[in-house]
Design a binder for this molecule. Structure first.
Ligand SMILES: [Zn+2]
Length: 461
């Protein structure tokens, strides 16, 4: 039989064997690890991206050909004018910069057992036990009644203390061991340790000191006041997020993978942004957007369900080509919903359909449809669009794979794709595979990172 009739996905490492490619992979990874280690919240990501955009000559001037806008410091959209008219369409890449984490509740502080703790409310899909007994860092902002914003980042510097939710000792876990995982780990027990020292004694009399019921909590409040000028009420107007402390790093004896927090979906944010900065003379106008709130259903003023993108593009395009029709531009757009794919887990292969799963190291993954059981909740890309995309990547020599998520009856997921599809544009889910998705230490392949960046650039070109 003619072997060319068969399709076999190519391993990206086999394609990138030459010295030059291997070097390019390492260089890109180094930048990526730095990005991943220093941008752990959507606000931090937007701040960093905006600074780089301004360096590259982007502004908020609607008349400029290089433009950006932000929504509440949590979502950022960037546009570069192409050579062709807007009527001919756009190239859009949308990724998300929010990641699962533990948020402080609005009344976080309390003391018990002579310890000060903070109550949390998790954000996004987490497996609760993965967040126990591991160092956590506190990132976020507190806005004072005066409007002054205080940035908080504790636990990343080696000199900083970290935070932890202490797990139950095995000796007393007999009963817990018998429970279902969903019953064994309760959200109300995800309380993080903040302190074990009482407020310095104004009371010399031990008995009088012990009567002060809040003396451990007061010590933490005094600390927050000394360091940041905060009072307890300020915590109502705060967004404080606990995330895994420490840097991303290489994984494996051969160092071929990257491990780190928040790769879903900051690997796409990073790759799309690098591609956008590199592809400076496009045929079609490029739009890249990093959304917030994808992990909780794309809700709110900063999520993909909001009208932020539409409103901003309307103003921009009217300024560029007065009288242009938004409905037509968006209908003619081609888009990538840039998000990671859950690759086949070597220890849980039975949960995947082997024929339709993605593998780490085989390049970014197209997911023609997402949703669950009967394609419910999915936006499905057309056969025509898939054909166009595979031709684009094949002719650029970029590895890619086609997959679905898990077994048909086994579950599923969704992305921002369907919220852009409502305009009638072509859109497909596309991004590198990841192992341990939504865990505090997700794993990706360096070859996939490189291939993804190349693919985004080919698309934006
Ligand atoms: Zn994602």
């Amino acid at each position: 039989m003619d072997q060319s009739l068969l399709h076999k996905p190519k391993n990206a490492w086999d394609i990138y064997q030459d010295q030059e490619s291997r070097q390019a992979i390492e260089q890109l990874t180094e930048k990526y690890v730095d990005f991943l280690s220093s941008c752990k919240t959507e606000r931090e990501t937007v701040t960093r991206v905006r600074a780089r955009l301004e360096q590259a000559g982007f502004s908020q001037d609607l008349a400029a050909s290089r433009f950006y806008a932000t929504a509440k410091e949590k979502t950022i959209l960037m546009v570069r004018k192409g050579r062709r008219s807007l009527q001919d369409g756009l190239r859009i890449i949308g990724a998300h910069a929010d990641t699962p984490r533990l948020d402080f509740k609005q009344h976080p502080l309390y003391e018990t057992c002579d310890l000060t703790l903070a109550k949390t409310h998790y954000y996004g899909g987490i497996r609760k036990y993965q967040w126990l007994s591991r160092p956590l860092a506190l990132h976020g902002v507190v806005v004072l009644a005066s409007g002054k914003r205080i940035e908080i980042c504790i636990g990343e510097d080696r000199q900083d203390p970290v935070f932890v939710i202490a797990d139950l000792l095995p000796h007393l876990a007999m009963k817990q061991n018998e429970l279902k995982v969903s019953d064994a780990f309760e959200a109300e027990k995800l309380n993080v340790l903040l302190g074990n020292r009482p407020v310095p004694g104004r009371e010399t009399d031990q008995e009088a000191a012990e009567k002060d019921k809040d003396r451990f909590k007061k010590n933490i409040l005094e600390l927050l006041h000394r360091r940041y000028g905060l009072v307890e009420e300020d915590l109502y107007s705060a967004e404080l997020q606990l995330v895994p402390a420490g840097s991303a790093r290489s994984v494996g004896l051969d160092g071929s993978m990257v491990g780190g927090y928040g790769q879903d979906d900051r690997i796409c944010v990073f790759s799309a942004f690098e591609a956008f900065l590199a592809e400076t003379d496009p045929e079609f106008t490029q739009v890249v957007i990093f959304w917030d709130k994808e992990e909780i259903g794309s809700e709110g003023a900063t999520g993909a369900k909001s009208l932020f993108m539409e409103y901003i593009l309307e103003d921009l395009f009217q300024s560029w080509e007065p009288g242009v029709r938004m409905s037509q531009i968006l209908r003619n757009a081609g888009a990538l919903s840039a998000d990671v794919h859950g690759s086949i887990d070597p220890d849980h292969q039975d949960l995947h359909d082997a024929l339709n799963s993605s593998k780490l190291g085989y390049g970014p993954v197209f997911c023609k449809f997402t949703g669950h059981r009967g394609k419910v909740g999915s936006s499905e890309a057309t056969a025509e669009y898939v054909a166009w995309l595979r031709n684009l990547l094949n002719s650029a020599g970029i590895p890619w794979q086609m997959a679905g998520l898990g077994k048909v009856d086994g579950g599923g997921g969704g992305t921002v794709a369907k919220y852009l599809a409502i305009y009638g544009m072509d859109i497909i889910d596309f991004g590198p595979g990841v192992l341990g998705m939504h865990s505090p230490f997700e794993v990706t392949s360096k070859a996939d990172l490189y291939a993804t960046r190349q693919a985004f650039q080919a698309f934006l070109r």
